[in-house]
Design a protein around this ligand. Sequence first.
Ligand SMILES: C[S@@+](CC[C@H](N)C(=O)[O-])C[C@H]1O[C@@H](n2cnc3c(N)ncnc32)[C@H](O)[C@@H]1O
Length: 346
Amino acid sequence: MQESLDSTEVHRRFQLIANGPALFNAVVSGIELDIFDFLEERGGADAAALGEFTGLEPHKLRVLMLALTTTGLIEKRGVDYVNHPVATELLATSGPESWQHILLSWKTIYYPAFARMTSALRAGTNEALDALDGPGDTLYARLGNDPEKARIFYTAMSAFSLQTMPGLLEHIDVKSSRHLLDVGGGDGTTAAALLKANPGLKATLLDLPSSVELAEQRVPAEVTDRLTLHPADLLTDAFPDGPDHALFSHVLDTFTAEQSVMLLAKAYEVLPSGGKISIYGFAAADDETGGPLSARLSLYLNILATGRGMAWPQAEASAWLKSVGCVDVRSVELPFEHALVTGTKP
Ligand SMILES: C[S@@+](CC[C@H](N)C(=O)[O-])C[C@H]1O[C@@H](n2cnc3c(N)ncnc32)[C@H](O)[C@@H]1O
């Protein structure tokens, strides 16, 4: 049973949540104005230097810095502002794994939709998708019509995959695998990392044509000879024969439980005896009382992305693998509320 938190802690959380949208957007402004990068390069700066750098008038900068210091991500030491070590780690880099990309995508794509949460929950559909033009009833399909939003979305997805990648690389059992099928492999970030870390492995990435196109542009040259791109609809098209390990990385969370079992059964069907299925992604606590990453993702999926799915608890994913015939089902909890659940075809 979930333990009751003391009132002081719930009050503290309440204030953080109630003021969260303002503070979140202040952090995004800090990113867009390159404040974290500037402070990192300089080792700190006063208001005059920041004003000159950002071009903001002094009073506007003053209120932005009030918000940023409130978050704790920037500290005030005398007259100088400096990055907290956590800001240095998460935000003061624009490299491919940076949280900068993730927060920009949450601002552009996620949070405008979240303002429509009650209506979408009542309607029982991902009606917040109306904000994006074009055909298709999922966010992924609509992004095919909006290259700029697609770039923001997939850059963030890749950043999150890179953040969480060490857990996957360390725990996925590909030592005895020859050929990985990366189902819903996105822009190829995960497949590329797995191929780099496992020189004997080859992979097939299956995804919708628009994602496969991105993968074509983004996958590093050093692995392209071991990676086959397979544009397909995973719901309606057959899975290719040949792979001995199917990976569902951040994919089953976008589908219903019934669809997930159907997809696992499809993978099971094409695997040889001894082949493996790995399910990797966000996992809510088995008692469904947390945590924040899983709660945010589950809401986003239902009101915007696909209108279904959630950060499935590990126990549920394990039961699915057993239900399609897998044995030796194992589950490991990883950082960022992630889990890796693996089963073997007997
Ligand atoms: C959340 S992303 C995961 C990407 C990648 N596997 C990762 O771990 O970062 C979900 C992926 O599933 C793909 N997808 C969703 N519906 C699909 C469908 N019907 N057929 C093929 N791919 C699909 C999306 O295009 C997207 O790349």
